[in-house]
Write a protein that binds this ligand. Sequence first.
Ligand SMILES: [Zn+2]
Length: 283
Amino acid sequence: MPEKSNVISIDVEDWYNSSLDLFKDSDVKHGGRPDPSVVGNMVTTLELLAQTENKATFFVLGTVAEHYPDIVKEMLNAGHEVATHGYSHRLVYNMTPQEFEDDIKISLEHLSNAGCTEVVGYRAPYWSITKRSLWALDVLKKLGFKYDSSIFPIRRGLYGIADAPTGPHEPRQGLWEFPPATIRFMGVNLPIAGGGYLRLMPYKIISRAIRKAKSEKIQVFYFHPYELDPLDTNLKHKAKSLRTVLYWLQQKTGRAGNPDKLRKLLSEFRFTSFRESFSTHFK
Ligand SMILES: [Zn+2]
């Protein structure tokens, strides 16, 4: 039997426009044109995946597909799965069910214009399917999605359901949920899947956790293209609140070592897309 593949997923967005919910003092609105740096960072991402011989799922933000369709075509040409991250990066629980549905439909239109004919997966901005917005699963099912990867089984400021299942499950008939990887420590789930957690945690701990996981357990990891570019952390408005400054500093921490850490992870373990890893789940 071949070595099992874990899943690597990449939320395709630029750093600033996808962080607006943390910058309460910014006048920039959701849904604007992403910074062109997302294209350069995606080229680096595609090169890294090719060099380490992995396939991935890209949750592409609708505004990226709208303004930079060619980079979406490159993902498809390289054999990766393209799924949606919604259109405007608004938090799901800040939308009505109708707004949520419209946001996804617009994203699918732009993905379709970029050549994606079959999109079966969704990931919410900031994992914002929480207990307040579980109705989103019904909308996803209605729109024909086969899976969602938006429920983080931990509780944090903007997101998470602490007691949600940590493995694949089917919360609605025909709609699978694939949560990001966590490890159990002192009775609580600790995230190891990506973003700031992957950036700040020593690589050895992550590597050991993946090795220790039951052989049949596929683990879901994620990162953002901008994490391969340690310099792409420009704050594009004048910070007026301490919270913004603290968040910004936190975002910059660990960035320099991150590209090497991701390269190690992608070289040491085998990764593939949701579609390939879980194909037996989809009818
Ligand atoms: Zn995002």
